[in-house]
Design a protein around this ligand. Structure first.
Ligand SMILES: [Zn+2]
Length: 58
């Protein structure tokens, strides 16, 4: 199940992959700021979106 963490404001993709990475790790990696829209990444309230979806690959 792939995980996708995107900016809740502009949709910038911070992380996309099959490993489940906690959003705080991602936020820290980007210095708590979105590189595209400069929106601060807050965890409370959460300003980033986490999408989990089934990715069926053959
Ligand atoms: Zn953004």
């Amino acid at each position: 199940m792939p995980e996708k963490i995107i900016c809740g404001r502009c949709g910038f993709v911070f992380y996309e992959g099959h490993d489940l990475v906690p959003p705080e790790v991602i936020a820290k990696k980007y210095d708590y700021r979105c590189p595209r829209c400069s929106s601060p990444l807050k965890l409370k309230p959460l300003t980033i979106k986490i999408e989990l979806g089934s990715n069926k690959r053959r």
